[in-house]
Design a protein around this ligand. Structure first.
Ligand code: DGL
Length: 270
C-alpha cells in the first residue's frame, strides 16, 4: 500500500483526459497534475527543448513526493521517456504510447487499416509504428500530424464549425485514400474532439491513448502493491499559466466547479 499521490503531466490540459479515466478506475488515488500551459504546445518544438521542460517537471513532481509519474503526453513519451526514467530511478515512470500500442496490436487484424493521428514530433518519431510492429507485425499503419488541433483545443474551440473544418482539412483525404477504419488518438488532447470525429466519420473505431494509460497505471500499481489504502486528501492541479480559459477547461473536462478543485499556479523557471 502507498498513500502518496500519483504525478501526471502534460504540455497543457490534454493530460486531464487521462486523469478522468484514472479517477474513475482508481477513485482512491490522489493526483498531482502539472500542465505546462505557459509553454504549450510541445508537439512542434525541438526534442532538446521538450527534454529540458520534461526534466524540470519531473524534478517538480518528485519534490511533491509522488509515488509514480505518468507522462500523460504522447509527445514527451515519444521523445524522452527513457531519460525521465533515468532521472527518477526511485519511482516508476510510465508513458502513454506503449499501453496504447499494445491494445491496438491486440485488437486489430491484418484486414484493419489503422490511422495514427498525433503531433508532428510524435509522428516523426515513429514510436507508435515501432511499438505496434513489435507486438503485431504486418498491420497496416498510416500516420498523420495534425498540429492545429492542440492550440484550438487549448483555446476551447471544440464544439463548432472551425474545429469541424480543421478535422476535415487534415483527415478527409487521409481517411478516404488510406481506407482507415481504426483511428488511434495519439495525443491526449484529442479525446476532447472524439465526439466531432465520431459525428464526421461514423463507424470509425477509435483507440484513445488517454484511456489506455489509465489501465496501465492500474496494472503498475497492482504489480508493485502500491494502491492507496483510502482517499487521502485532494488532488492538486498545477499549471505554469493560470488563464481564465484554462480554469474553465479544467472545470469542463473534470465536470466539477472551481470551488471543488485545488488549482494552483507554478512557474518552474523560478
Ligand atoms: N497532449 C500532448 C500529446 O499527447 C501534447 C500536445 C502538444 O503540446 O503539442 O502529445
Amino acid at each position: 500500500m502507498d498513500n502518496r499521490p500519483i504525478g501526471f503531466f502534460d504540455s497543457g490540459l490534454g493530460g486531464l483526459t487521462s486523469i478522468v479515466h484514472t479517477m474513475k478506475l482508481l477513485p482512491r488515488e490522489r493526483i498531482i497534475f502539472f500542465g505546462d500551459t505557459a509553454r504549450t504546445p510541445y508537439g512542434s518544438k525541438s526534442p532538446e527543448t521538450i527534454r529540458q521542460f520534461t526534466m524540470q517537471i519531473g524534478r517538480f513532481l518528485v519534490e511533491q513526493d509522488v509515488k509514480m509519474i505518468v507522462i500523460a503526453c504522447n509527445t514527451v513519451s515519444a521523445t524522452c521517456l527513457t531519460e525521465l526514467r533515468q532521472a527518477c530511478p526511485a519511482i516508476p515512470v510510465i508513458g502513454v504510447i506503449s499501453p496504447t500500442a499494445k491494445v491496438a496490436a491486440k485488437i486489430c487484424s491484418e484486414e484493419d487499416r489503422i490511422g495514427i493521428i498525433a503531433t508532428k514530433v510524435t509522428v516523426k518519431s515513429n514510436a507508435y509504428e515501432r511499438k505496434i510492429n513489435e507486438k503485431h507485425p504486418g498491420l497496416h499503419l498510416f500516420s498523420k500530424a495534425c498540429p492545429a488541433f492542440v492550440p484550438l483545443i487549448e483555446e476551447g474551440i471544440i464544439d463548432n464549425e472551425i474545429m469541424d473544418l480543421t478535422i476535415r482539412y487534415y483527415l478527409d483525404d487521409f481517411i478516404r485514400e488510406n481506407r482507415i477504419n481504426t483511428l488511434i488518438l495519439g495525443c491526449t488532447h484529442y479525446p476532447l474532439i472524439a465526439a466531432n470525429l465520431k459525428r464526421i466519420y461514423p463507424g470509425l473505431r477509435i483507440i484513445s491513448s488517454s484511456q489506455e494509460v489509465a489501465t496501465a497505471v492500474q496494472i503498475e500499481l497492482k504489480k508493485r502493491d502500491m494502491f492507496a489504502e483510502a482517499v487521502s486528501g485532494e488532488s492538486v492541479f498545477y499549471a505554469s499559466d493560470l488563464s481564465e480559459n484554462y480554469v474553465n477547461m479544467i472545470k469542463m473536462i473534470l465536470g466539477k466547479e472551481e470551488e471543488e478543485l485545488d488549482i494552483k499556479f507554478k512557474n518552474l523557471d523560478i
